[in-house]
Ligand binder design. Structure first.
Ligand code: UDX
Length: 456
């Protein structure tokens, strides 16, 4: 994705010298896109393999369209990667902090070791005026703490400024979300820092993307609140899905009907197996934990319910599998379609599909998994499953099929052809992408989460 106003030759760009610290989903995308906008970018990571891969033009994860942007930026000579922090400090006037903040091993709080480690590493090298811009999702109050640390421990002292610029990119849409976001949010303490960020994002702002300027804590809270709201929306519809199943109602019709109200909106009302991935689950827990630390834990009590409803989606899928097989899962050949936490991604972090797979294995099922891109990652998380190389191989002889990640090729399955491939026409559609009437008509017993079971 490249807009015609993003060409530095178009003359609306002051080329900035930028660093991107941390080259995971967020950092690799940000680095490639900033260089593609025309800036001079250096990407830093402590992982030499990641750096070598990116420097060779290969994105080390599945993200549609990112390879092309990366290769274009490398070929233009505006992007390079390093494991040497001194190179970063020497090169850049604006440093974007893009490291991960996963869930702590022993609590719900965010593990801040990568953020703290990056600042500890960078600060002693900052010997001239520069702007450090946090993009990682952090507990509110982090930015203020890091600003003080940078000023205290950098040779340039008070000339090192800090801003916060939360990132809202979705995996699978990372490039578009970076170069054409719904909005840019920046938290600043000095108008000069706002001016610097306006220069960095000039080609994006030229396309009428709204810029919201805030203080540091507001900018941190914007990100946490956005993810909490999205998670709440998904869990709300999944809670209603439980009522639909108890009453014979249809959650998809209900979602369409309430979604027509513009105040509600239809997006993020797809009921099914709920949310997973490296962001929403850990972010709502960290948000809740931070509120408790701040003495206002009750304000986010509802996020405990959001989490619990989300976990129940997985339990309900397993219960449906037990029900469809008359509680006889032991020894059954069960095929799982999808392992990634969502389509167009090979990310299996907190994947609902793999949580269900692990539960079915616990019940003694012989589980075969097929995902178009995530088999490799999944096999390290659920090594006791069998992994099929093709959809056909996965379906052959299945006594129960569960569609757990809504890849397009699964949505397009033909019920008649699929019936001829399996041993038993039993389907659980945990993402509500198959037409139950059509599948039942073709001879399947199909259970859709939030729509109940249909028989042939
Ligand atoms: C999310 C936020 O959308 C993004 O703004 C933030 O920067 C990072 O976290 P991402 O984790 O990439 O992005 O995925 P997203 O598309 O938001 O989906 C999250 C999860 O919710 C997926 O598991 C998806 O399957 C699930 N989901 C989404 C639903 O179950 N129903 C829906 O209607 C929408």
């Amino acid at each position: 994705m490249r807009c015609n106003r993003c060409d530095p030759k178009a003359g609306n760009l002051t080329v900035m010298r930028i660093s991107v610290i941390g080259t995971g989903y967020l950092g690799a995308t940000h680095a490639a896109c900033m260089a593609d906008l025309g800036h001079e970018v250096i990407g830093f990571d402590v992982d030499p393999e990641k750096v070598a891969s990116l420097a060779a033009g290969t994105v080390p994860f599945h993200e549609p369209g990112l390879d092309a942007v990366l290769q274009r930026a490398l070929a233009a000579g505006r992007l390079r990667f390093t494991t040497a922090i001194a190179d970063v400090a020497a090169h850049a006037d604006v440093h974007f902090l893009c490291v991960g903040t996963p869930q702590s091993k022993d609590s719900n709080a965010a593990d801040m070791s990568q953020v703290n480690g990056a600042i500890d590493l960078l600060a002693p090298h900052l010997d001239r005026a520069c702007l450090v811009v946090g993009k990682s999702t952090v507990p509110v109050g982090t930015a203020q703490r890091l600003a003080a640390q940078l000023q205290d421990t950098s040779p340039a002292g008070a000339d090192v400024h800090l801003a916060w610029n939360p990132e809202f990119l979705r995996e699978g849409h990372a490039v578009a979300d970076t170069v054409a976001p719904d909005r840019l949010v920046i938290g600043v303490t000095d108008p000069a820092d706002e001016a610097t960020l306006r220069q960095v994002y000039a080609p994006i702002l030229a396309n009428d993307v709204p810029l919201i300027v805030a203080d540091l804590p507001t900018s941190e809270l914007v990100k946490a609140s956005a993810n909490a709201f999205l998670a709440t929306k998904i869990s709300f519809i999944n809670a209603i899905a439980e009522l639909c199943e108890a009453t014979g109602a249809d959650i998809t019709v209900l979602a369409d009907a309430i979604g027509r109200d513009e105040r509600i909106g239809r997006r993020f009302l797809n009921a099914g197996l709920g949310f997973g991935g490296g962001c929403l689950p850990k972010d709502i827990r960290a948000f809740r934990a931070r509120a408790t630390e701040l003495g206002v834990g009750e304000s986010l009590d509802l996020l405990d319910d959001v989490d619990a409803i989300n976990q129940r989606c997985r339990t309900r899928a397993v219960a449906a599998a037990l029900s469809l097989t008359s509680q006889q899962l032991a020894g059954k050949s069960v095929t799982i379609l999808g392992a990634a936490f969502k389509p167009d991604s090979d990310d299996v972090r907190d994947s609902p599909a793999l949580a269900v797979a692990a539960e079915l294995i616990e019940h003694g099922a012989q589980v075969t998994i097929f995902d178009p891109v995530a088999n490799q990652n999944a096999s390290t998380r659920v090594p006791t499953a069998t992994y099929a190389h093709t959809l056909e191989e996965a379906l052959a002889g299945a006594e129960l099929v569960l569609l757990l990640t809504e890849w397009k090729q699964f949505q397009d399955l033909d019920p008649i052809k699929t019936k001829s491939q399996v041993a038993m026409p039993l389907m659980i559609d945990a993402r509500n992408v198959l037409d139950p009437q059509q599948w039942a008509h073709a001879g399947w017993t199909i259970h859709s989460l939030g729509r109940g079971t249909r028989h042939p």
